[in-house]
Design a protein around this ligand. Structure first.
Ligand code: ATP
Ligand code: MG
Ligand code: MG
Ligand code: MG
Length: 483
């Protein structure tokens, strides 16, 4: 069974050594220089200018690149947070392997090399691989990608029955409302025992999973929405590293690979929890998955300079940390901070590929411990209030209860929602948002007004224990640039 570290290296070596790509290190997962983006969510983020520019590769001295990019999809257009723990293949933090052409090779090579790597180098069973091709979209006057469809047939020996047409949602990539865009071809793997998964491609079924997306950037969309062919065509690919490891290690879940097993072991060592047992509906296994995912995300984000806070990026991290801590508290019976003790396991597993992790792990652990300590002060009373709220609310958690949990006990709305969902309850989100808006208005009146208004804000804060920084998470977490 190939180790994950070897798989990563084989990918890089294949494109670097065999096809003359330049290895470009991952950019930080926190895009400090890109205010339009909450977190780096795809390998292409750091190459945006190369696609936008008119030069071949935005002033770079190479036209072919390969890397593994640290990505977080926990907010903005790409938000996979709700899937974590519940499925086997979406993480908040993951690595995206990618190869790029900036005005260099195009569809023929991208398809041929992807196929060669998967089937010849790694020996994947060809009859389990499926490819999708953009079907075109009449309403938007977008053509079918006949070129890619023909190349799958001429450049590979894929079973023609395994080539599927896909719609704009899955098979057309746009950076934003305007700018470079184009059709894509995805590669999916059918893990059903009898290889009958064809109809399940792109149906969110854990037995048929998208592993690689090959994007062919060939148009520019102008402000009026019109497409014109680009003078320079580009390739942008992205493959989920953890999914690839699962496939090559013969596992049906990313969590059963050596990417996660050392972290599960650390969770058991630190908390005394039973070993991870791979069951989807077991609460302890669920806690393992959520905690392992979230500690990876936190360790990478804090290493790259993010900090938990009450808004934007920082609030996404605070929410993630509180979700993980709540699992530890309720499912694994942890009374003291424990997440910070898992940082060394993440660092040890990943430092070879990402040496920056080893720079200051103590700082990362300290920040996490501080956050845990502050939530530990209110979590038990919050859980008790939640229990009462669940009793009195009927089929839902009332808005005033959700708000009280938020502003007095530090329960982000999405944490209350997760807990409610576990009980089959809804949350009155509309009512909650109204209370939030009222709190914001009060705080604005307070900060804009004179002494009286300020005095009344102090009273509000004292009576309701509003957080010092008013929550702005939800309207700040929308990024515009996507993959
Ligand atoms: P999916 O349809 O499975 O959500 P996607 O179409 O959103 O994936 P892309 O934006 O095409 O994903 O990203 C390229 C590749 O990155 C995917 O083919 C997949 O292998 C991987 N990937 C995407 N999201 C995640 C995630 N949350 N966790 C792990 N891997 C992911
Ligand atoms: Mg997705
Ligand atoms: Mg997809
Ligand atoms: Mg995709």
């Amino acid at each position: 069974m190939p180790a994950s570290s070897d798989i990563r290296q084989q990918y890089i070596d294949y494109f670097r050594d065999k096809h003359k790509h330049t290895f470009v290190p991952s950019s930080p997962v926190v895009p400090h220089d890109d205010p339009t983006l909450l977190f780096t969510n795809a390998g292409m983020n750091q190459f945006k200018d190369a696609f936008l520019g008119t030069g071949t590769s935005g002033g770079r001295d190479y036209t072919r690149a390969v890397n593994t990019q640290k990505c977080i999809r926990a907010g903005g257009k790409h938000n996979d947070l709700e899937d974590v723990g519940k499925d086997t293949y979406h993480h908040t933090f993951f690595e995206m392997l990618g190869n790029w052409s900036f005005g260099d090779y195009f569809k023929r090579e991208a398809i041929a090399w992807a196929w060669d790597l998967l089937t010849n180098v790694w020996g994947l069973d060809k009859s389990r691989l499926h490819a999708t091709v953009f079907a075109g979209d009449e309403r938007e006057d977008l053509d079918r990608d006949e070129e890619a469809a023909a190349l799958w047939k001429s450049e590979t020996d894929i079973d023609h029955a395994n080539i599927h047409l896909g719609d704009k949602k899955d098979n057309f990539w746009e950076m934003g409302d305007t700018g470079p865009c184009g059709p894509c071809s995805e590669i999916h793997i059918d893990l059903t025992p009898d290889k009958t998964g064809g109809p399940l491609v792109n149906k969110d079924d854990p037995r048929v999973i998208e592993i690689w997306n090959l994007v062919f950037i060939q148009y520019n969309r102008n402000a009026a929405g019109l497409l014109t062919p680009l003078p320079q065509k580009h390739v942008d690919t992205g493959m989920g590293f953890e999914r690839l490891c699962a496939v090559l290690q013969g596992k049906s879940s990313n969590y059963d690979t050596d990417v996660f097993t050392p972290i599960f072991k650390a969770i058991s060592d630190v908390t005394g929890a039973p070993a991870y047992g791979s069951k989807m509906d077991d609460p302890v296994d669920m806690a393992h998955r959520v905690i392992a995912d979230h500690i990876r995300c936190l360790t990478f984000a804090l290493t790259d300079g993010a900090l938990p806070s009450n808004e934007g990026r920082g609030y996404v991290l605070r929410r993630i940390l509180r979700r993980a801590f709540r699992h530890g508290r309720q499912t694994l019976d942890q009374r003291e901070p424990f997440l910070y003790k898992l940082v060394p396991a993440v660092v040890d597993t990943m430092r070879e590929a990402f040496p920056e992790l080893a720079k200051n792990p103590q700082h990362v652990a300290d920040v996490i411990k501080d956050e845990e300590q502050s939530f530990a002060r209110t979590i038990d009373r919050g859980i008790a209030l939640f229990e009462d709220a669940a009793q009195r609310g009927g089929d839902r958690i009332r808005a005033d209860d959700a708000f009280m949990l938020y502003d007095t006990y530090g329960f982000p709305l999405d944490l209350t929602q997760v807990m409610a969902e576990e009980r089959g309850l809804a949350v009155d989100v509309k009512g909650f948002n109204k209370l939030m808006e009222e709190a914001r208005t009060r705080s604005r009146a307070g900060s804009a007004g004179g002494t009286d208004a300020r005095q009344s804000l102090i009273e509000i804060v004292q009576q309701q224990k509003l957080p010092a920084t008013i929550f702005t998470g939800y309207d700040r977490t929308r990024d515009t640039v996507t993959t």
